[in-house]
Design a protein around this ligand. Structure first.
Ligand code: 9WN
Length: 446
């Protein structure tokens, strides 16, 4: 079925301009569909990414629920036997030089723990249980119950992997061992911990950075940061992607507030899914509360009113104020912690208005960069998560402002990967899937 014949039942209430936006978004998801999954971008990211799959399925639930389930399923077909869900499942049909580091880079892993599909060995934030629940809620029929039955044990294994193998700090939070695992790749929140990763840019072979050939160089991470990314990925790969003894072996280990908040959100979604598939929901709720408590005890700073990244190697909190420090708002935090977070969102540092959603980094910092990736630009997925948090805590008016801001931005600039936080200009990849997918979700919430 082509996008133009997609039923618009969910958007019957939309006005003409919004209906056009809806059709534009649905068309991008259609164009970016590739056999059994959605690519984030045809040019920049031609494989199947983990947390993108979750966001994209939430949009597909509006237009093609069959594809929403297929997208999640094919991602989990790449799940490793230890439960990790890889941050990229590579598509064998895509030529090797279309993304770096691609399947050849990861194929050097002598790991017996992998499925027969080529994947990376890293993970990304576990947003999939939330996504599965959202897709189910949209069309809760018998086929959807079957999909949940298939996914439930796999989603549980994903959580167990993070709990069993990634609690390097020993307090109950999962550590990430690569900036890519956060999804917020070059966020200033990692700068201090990355300082310990001393490697020169000569590690990058000439022209190896495919991203700079298809996107503007000053919108992407610097070569120095990219050299560190490749070094960290290669070092983990060369250790067969095993997590034992990470503290001794691996130079970058941080506890990210949004990664762990999303881990707790996943437990809350699993509690709901458990009820549908006839499993016990109580352990999921208990795990969500436990993770939330450690987040509060360990990553919250009353002096800034928000959460910060912890460097596991030094025990120090990063001083940087990044969007990942606001995302725990999605959890049922005590009011004494919610109010300061909401104040930060409205403060000049993040400055939410109807014309501009929340940037990825503190506008008042010297490091604030209006163009470079996660160091300032506005991302729709991060704002969509905050929107849900504001609504959950009863900030209906502010949530409505944020929704309007996101839709205004996309209407004005298109479905870009990210946006300048000063002018709203779309930058990074055009026709980006999760921007389109989450626009559909926002529009359906009218
Ligand atoms: C590395 C696919 C991914 C997103 C990440 C985003 C970016 C990749 C890259 O693109 O990261 O995983 O090559 O820069 O930062 O959040 O999942 O859209």
């Amino acid at each position: 079925m082509s996008v133009l014949t997609t039923p618009l039942t969910a958007v019957a209430a939309l006005n003409g301009a919004d209906e056009e936006l809806w059709r534009g978004a649905a068309e991008i998801l259609d164009r970016n569909w590739s056999y059994d999954h959605t690519v984030p971008s045809r040019t920049l990211y031609p494989h199947h990414w983990s947390w993108d799959s979750a966001f994209n399925s939430i949009g597909l639930a509006q237009t093609r629920p069959d594809r929403a389930w297929r997208d999640l399923r094919s991602l989990f077909e790449g799940q490793w036997f230890d439960g990790r869900v890889p941050h990229i499942v590579f598509d064998a049909r895509v030529p090797a030089n279309c993304y770096f580091p691609g399947p050849d880079f990861w194929a050097e892993v002598p790991a017996p723990d992998r499925p027969g599909v080529a994947t990376s060995g890293l993970v990304q934030p576990p947003v999939h249980a939330l996504a599965a629940w959202q897709v189910f809620r949209r069309t809760p029929n018998e086929a959807a119950v079957e999909e949940l039955r298939w996914l439930y044990p796999r989603l549980v294994a994903q959580q167990e992997y993070l709990t069993r193998f990634r609690d390097v700090g020993g307090a109950g939070l999962a550590a990430i061992l690569h900036p890519w695992e956060s999804g917020l790749d070059n966020s200033p929140g990692w700068d201090e911990a990355l300082g310990d990763v001393t490697v020169g840019t000569e590690i990058l072979r000439p022209n190896v950075r495919r991203d700079k050939q298809v996107a503007a160089e000053d919108h992407r991470p610097t070569d120095q940061d990219y050299a560190r990314y490749i070094f960290l990925a290669a070092s983990y790969r060369d250790g067969a992607c095993q997590d034992a003894d990470l503290l001794r072996k691996h130079p970058f280990l941080v506890e990210c507030p949004s990664f762990n908040a999303l881990r707790a959100v996943a437990e809350l979604a699993l509690a709901r899914i458990a009820r549908v598939v006839g499993a016990d929901s109580a352990p999921h709720r208990a795990r969500a509360s436990a993770i939330m408590q450690v987040l509060l005890d360990r990553l919250y700073d009353p002096a800034t009113g928000m959460f910060h990244t912890l460097n596991v190697r030094t025990g120090q909190l990063s001083p940087e104020r990044c969007v990942n420090g606001l995302i725990p708002l999605m959890l049922p935090l005590p009011a004494s912690r919610v109010a300061p977070l909401v104040a930060v969102i409205q403060s000049p540092r993040f400055g939410l208005t109807e014309q501009m959603p929340v940037p990825s980094f503190d506008r008042m910092s010297e490091k604030f960069d209006v163009q470079r990736y996660w160091r300032g630009p506005v991302w729709i997925n991060a704002n969509w998560l905050l929107w849900r948090g504001l609504r959950a805590h009863g900030y209906g008016q502010l949530a409505a402002t944020l929704r309007t801001a996101m839709l205004n931005l996309v209407r004005r600039s298109g479905f870009f990967e990210y946006f300048r936080p000063d002018t709203g200009e779309g930058i990074g990849a055009p026709a980006f899937s999760w921007t389109a997918a989450l626009t559909l979700d926002l529009l359906s919430d009218c």
